[in-house]
Design a binder for this molecule. Structure first.
Ligand code: 13P
Ligand code: SF4
Length: 310
């Protein structure tokens, strides 16, 4: 605490002086979430918040595609990412050109992109989704086939959920997977269940469908927070990124969370030190810039998500 207090005090002072706000994803370090952030959220909440920001500058403690999304929906703001060009294995798994080639195989089929994608991929997509709205938006799309990129594992979960809801649509997908959630195995679930009999286990839909099927709740970070708040259980198992465990522990001091593994090295690149540098000397941080034509097309795809989310 003694070590971080001078940084948090200075960051909070500079934010006011420089007319800046800090948006932080729930996977960032707790000292960022609880020491300096103005808003903590999942990808959907942060993109909504970014569209409403009035301050001149947004410091985005997250990964590149999140800061890029903020720039697309609020282009007049200065946006800096303390972590530099912090990638994401999903967003980095394909380019707009890859998507354009894939689309040629399925003429006229609508394209949904997960928000964990580059501006370029968004520019070639009809609508963007997050873990918070993927099923509802996919169900509302026209036609009997959908292209879903770039998360091939979430595509399987989406296909299964649409079937469960009685929606007849075939999902075709290409891209990659999340290096954190793709690592969960059957043994991870078994381990939690054998150590804590009767425990409810939560997992993110970026994990493989075989593992998700073994769990009690499958949902994004916002969904998990809600599930925990509504649960009467005092001990819950989590197969997701450790930042969310920190957040759940902070918000639910009466509950115990058993976490197995999962750390996103990209998110953890945001530190108090580089957040302070971004405020003191913005040129030391990565400035988010999106080429105008891509920005305009990607913006339509994100705005459509806002319109289609109830
Ligand atoms: P959420 O939208 O659920 O926060 O997911 C973001 C993410 O990167 C999960 O790995
Ligand atoms: Fe990307 Fe996975 Fe990290 Fe989320 S946890 S930012 S999907 S690499």
């Amino acid at each position: 605490c003694e070590k971080i207090a001078p940084y948090t005090l200075e960051i909070n002072k500079l934010k006011k002086e420089k007319d800046a706000v800090i948006l932080a994803h729930s996977y960032t370090n707790p000292e960022i979430m609880y020491g300096v952030a103005d808003t903590i959220g999942d990808s959907y909440a942060l993109s909504m918040e970014a569209s409403r920001v009035k301050a001149k500058t947004i410091i985005f403690a997250g990964v590149w595609f999140m800061a890029e999304t903020a720039k697309i929906i609020n282009p007049s703001k200065n946006i800096y990412i303390p972590a530099g060009h912090a990638g994401c294995t999903l967003a980095d798994s394909m380019t707009g050109e890859d998507l354009s080639k894939f689309k040629e195989k399925y003429p006229g089929v609508p394209v949904i992109c997960y928000i964990n994608s580059s501006a370029d991929v968004k520019a070639y997509s009809d609508v963007c989704v997050t873990s918070a709205n993927v099923y509802d938006i996919a169900a509302k799309m026209p036609g009997d086939k959908l292209i879903f990129v770039p998360d091939v594992l979430m595509a399987d979960n989406l296909q299964a959920e649409l079937k469960r809801r009685g929606v007849r649509k075939e999902i075709v997908s290409t891209g990659g997977s999340c290096c954190v959630h793709d690592k969960y195995t059957e043994q991870d679930v078994e381990h939690l269940r054998s150590e804590y009999p009767g425990i409810k286990v939560m997992i993110h839909p970026e994990a493989r469908i075989e593992i998700c099927r073994l769990c009690d709740y499958v949902g994004g970070t916002g969904g998990m927070l809600k599930y925990v708040a509504e649960s009467k259980d005092k001990t819950l198992g989590l197969l997701t990124e450790v930042g969310l465990v920190n957040r759940l522990e902070h918000d639910n001091p009466d509950k115990k969370f058993i976490w197995n593994k999962g750390t996103c090295a990209y998110m953890k690149r945001n530190t108090l030190l580089n957040t302070l540098s971004a405020l003191q000397n913005p040129s030391s941080a990565q400035t988010v810039v999106v080429e105008e034509n891509i920005c305009n097309r990607a913006s339509e795809c994100i705005e459509k998500m806002f319109k289609m989310t109830d």
